[in-house]
Structures are given as C-alpha cells and as structure tokens.
Design a protein around this ligand. Sequence first.
Ligand SMILES: [Mg+2]
Length: 438
Amino acid sequence: MGNWTRRGFVGAGLAAATALSARASQMMTAERRAGGGAIKITDLRCAIIGRNPTVRIVTDQGISGYGQAESAKPYLKPMVLFYRDYLIGEDPTDVNRIMLKIRRMGAMKPWGAAVSAIEIALWDIAGQAAGLPVYKLLGGKIHDRVRPYGNSENNSKMTPRTPQDYGELAAEVKSAKEGFTLIKLPVGFHNDAMLNAIPDAWYGQHWTGRMPPYMDRGLLTQPGIDHVVACVEAAKKAAGNEVGIAFDCGPGWTVKDAIRFARAVEPYDVAWLEDLITGDYEPYPNAQVFKEVTESTSTRIHTGEEIYLRENFKDLIEMQAVNVLGPDPEDVGGIAELKWIAEYAHLHGIQVAPHGIFDGLFGVAAQVHLGAVCPQNYIAFEYAKGQPEWWYDIVEGLPDPVVKNGFIDVWDKPGLGVTFNVAAAKTHLNDEDRGFFD
Ligand SMILES: [Mg+2]
C-alpha cells in the first residue's frame, strides 16, 4: 500500500516505488472522477457480524466504506437502513452535507449509533477516494501514536466483589499483553455484584438483570460507601503508580454521596470517576448536578458516553461541569463530531477520553484516526477487542500486535486503513445477510 507521508517519500527503493505507483493510481482515480462526475452512493447495507452491526456504503466506483456499531446493539439494523433513502445518489465525499441531512434523525444512546457508523463509513470512502488516511481529511496529525486504555470488562472474566478481588483484577489488567498505561474498573452502581456483596449497601431496590442496565441507584449507607472506598484503595495499591487507574461508578449516586466518595478517594489520585450522576443509557446529561460534584473535590469527574451530538455537550462544557468528557465515536455522531467536541472542550480546559469498549475493530480504526487529530487535551480511548476472536481473521490492515507497549502507532493507509477479507468474512454472515458483500 502506498505510503506517501514524508517518511515514505524519503525512503528509497521498493517502498518509495510502491508509494509512487499507488499515488499514480490515486491520481488516475481522481482524474477519472474529474472527467466522469462525482462518485455516487448506490447502496447502504447493514449486517450483524458476530454481534456488531456493520455498515457498508456501496458506491458506483468500486469503493466501499465500512463502519461499525457496538456489539451491545445487535438490534440496530433497521435503524441503520432507515437512512438508506437519504444516502442513495449522494456524493459520499461530501460528508458534511450528508450528515446535515441525517444527524437530525438520531438520538442519545443507543439510537445515535446508526448515524455514527454511517459517518465513519463515509470518511472511509472519502479517504480511499482521495488516496489519503482519514486523519488527513480531518486536518492532519497532531499525534503519531495514540494511547488506548484497558477496561477490565474486556480484559478479565472476573466479576469483582471484595477489596481482594479488586486488587487481583487491577493486577490482571495491568499485566495484559497490550501493556496498558491506563486502566478502568467498575465500582458502585456500575457493578451491582459489588454492592450486593455486602448487606444493605444502599437504601433502595435492587433491580435484577442487565436490560436495561444500571437501574440500581440511591442513597448509600455508611457500610456501602466504606466498601466502595476500600475496593478503590485495594485496586490502586495493586496498580501502583506506574499505571493510571479510573473507575466507572454509575450512574445512580446522590450528589452528596458522590462528593463524599470523590473526596474519600482523593489520596489515590484516580484518573477519573465516571458517570456518578448520569450516563450510560440515560438520555440526558445533568450539567448543573455534575458541576456541584466537580467543584467539591480535587478528584477528576467524567461523563459523556451516551451523549449524541455537540449540542448536547454545550452545557457540560460551557459550565465546566466535568473535568473529562468521554463521548463514543460510535454514539456521538461520528469522528468529526467528536473532534469538534474535543476542540471545544479544549477551549474550556476539559480533557477528553473517548468511550468505545464494544466498538469492534472498525471502531478501533476510527479511534486511531480520531486520536491522531485531537488536540492536547486528549488522554486515551477505551480499547475495543474483536470478539469473538475470529474478527482478527476477517479484518485486514491492523498492525500485529495492535497495541505495542501501551500505544498504537497511527497508520497511513487510505481511508480507515482497515477492511474486510471478504472471503473469510462471508463465512460469518447470517443467512439474511448473505448478500452483504456482493
Ligand atoms: Mg462508562
């Protein structure tokens, strides 16, 4: 694949020749387009591969773009196909114009995911058509490498309940082969097994089951809050000072409990406390309440994974209601949308650590291009794995290993730089999705 970064041209021999021939073919494609009119979208398809809704945008010039939504949303297909009529006949390289048409018809998590996956697939096409990596179309690199962070939920089979469990879990994720420099563990209402491990951790009903998730909430008892603090302390001790540690906490805390907890863990210098007040599947941010918590502690406060579009971050950012925002590119409306939010947050002294645990391998690719162009308030993105493991056999273009010593080098291939090995991927299609790659 042609690499026409400065590094690629400076290099001599085969690499340079390959780069030049790839560039020549890109120019020919551009000339063909100039003479033959704009590239046009001919179809929008969606297949559920494994559990990931996978979007393919088909064009009249042999280029397809791919995007992906969370593996937690295998029900998303009809929502993706709803936008088909809005895309047919459009020039996929006019990403902004298409997004103006469809962004109005999305919503907070889980319903922003369809628009988001389409946006990423459009950038994939635009990059391939230009012969440039997506990050170039977003303004070019600031970072040559991006930092993923490890979520314990996709790096361990353990459900932690006790301080001892938390110590073991932090040590396990810290020793993952990726060499993460920052890890995240679930506590409080984000891990009902933990609160239910002691009697009467809070005044309120326990909701069983995971759908809808995180229904438990309420006023914590003294043993309840002591238990959460003890688990944080044990995890921090195991992580040590070499690895940063964040905690996904809710939502569901009362304001005063959130403040007491955040103050109690100040000595442990946690990277952030996530979603104490609202988050996940609550379709609104609660900026005023977050602000009260944030202003009451030196512990960093984080939210944002469920929020759709920049407009819904306005209050959180302008009120400086949190210290760290965690939009998910596969929920917020795409990578250009998240870049805008990251830049506006940067103006207000707020950091960004994008969510993405379930976003699959195309999600990882989107995060790499996004991370490359985010301003200096960028911390890290939540690393997704291909699950099941066969995802690594059906997607081409990722480095192997993807993460080296806690970082991913930003790659230079056109578009997202990853695509399907169609023959291999076809073997994992369901009957109703048989025609996805045809
Ligand atoms: Mg979260």
